[in-house]
Ligand binder design. Structure first.
Ligand SMILES: [Zn+2]
Length: 258
């Protein structure tokens, strides 16, 4: 069975979604001069998003952390895969190191996994988000056939990660009116090894004077959650239509009832 197979029947039971608020505990993530801390912002947006997804999509939503707790990047991946989610969204915020960069850089970026970064800026963002490191490096296991199958499934999942990234990003820009920094690709640890379409959203720059203020505002945080939720709904609609067609045409067998 394809990992991403999502028919109308499975969707009607409520999609399974894992949200991952970045950082936590001793890991603050990005911080602003005004006192905005990425780990708190990410958790707040994730909680608002969870409520919205449960109310509108009857989704079964799990947060990788729902308190200010430290969690390793690979622990997030293991925790997420255990839920066998239909999709995964990691929530982060950006910042810039120098005063000049802090004045000019604002806006939203949405990432999906790739071995090579889509540019120098994307490479830096991945390096910053990966700085916490992993507990352990894991390689592929199992026999060759299982490995090839897993790889094929990854190709399909990768394609859907790109689809999810565009759906979420476009809805976010539309809902918030934030500056559009585009859909990008980079090697994020937290997206590696995930057995589901997965994206990482940088919801804005806490270091930008105006955007930093907006990000601290509860109404704007709700807009961010609404935008991501709309993008997720659009993605689920697209994938459900495709997979339902595949099952109907006999391309793939119907998924077994859980
Ligand atoms: Zn982060």
């Amino acid at each position: 069975m394809l990992l991403t197979l999502l028919t109308a029947a499975t969707l009607a039971q409520g999609p399974v979604i894992v949200l991952d608020p970045g950082h936590g505990g001793s890991q603050d993530g990005a911080t602003s001069a005004g006192g905005l801390v990425e780990k708190h912002l990410a958790l707040t947006v994730a909680k608002k998003l969870k409520a919205r997804l449960e109310a509108e999509l009857q989704a079964k939503v799990t947060l990788t952390r729902d308190t200010d707790a430290r969690l390793h990047l690979d622990e997030r991946v293991v925790l997420a895969n255990r839920k066998k989610p239909d999709l995964f969204v990691s929530i982060h915020a950006n910042s810039m190191p120098t005063a000049t960069q802090r004045r000019v850089n604002e806006g939203i970026e949405t990432y999906f996994l790739s071995a090579a970064a889509s540019g120098e800026d994307a490479k830096k963002v991945a390096a910053r988000e990966n700085a916490e490191g992993r507990q352990q490096a894991k390689g592929p296991s199992g026999d060759t056939l299982a490995f090839i199958l897993a790889d094929l499934q990854k190709a399909e999942t990768h394609h859907d990660s790109s689809r999810l990234a565009y759906a979420v990003h476009e809805a976010l820009i539309e809902t918030t009116g934030a500056q559009d920094r585009g859909v990008q690709q980079a090697p994020f640890y937290v997206l590696m090894g995930l057995e589901a379409p997965a994206v990482l959203v940088e919801v804005g720059f806490v270091s930008h004077p105006r955007e930093g203020e907006r990000l601290a505002d509860a109404k704007y945080q709700q807009q961010l959650a609404d935008g991501i939720a709309r993008g997720i709904a659009k993605f689920l609609g697209q994938v459900t239509a495709r997979d339902t067609r595949k099952v109907r045409e006999g391309v793939v067998p119907a998924p077994e009832a859980p």
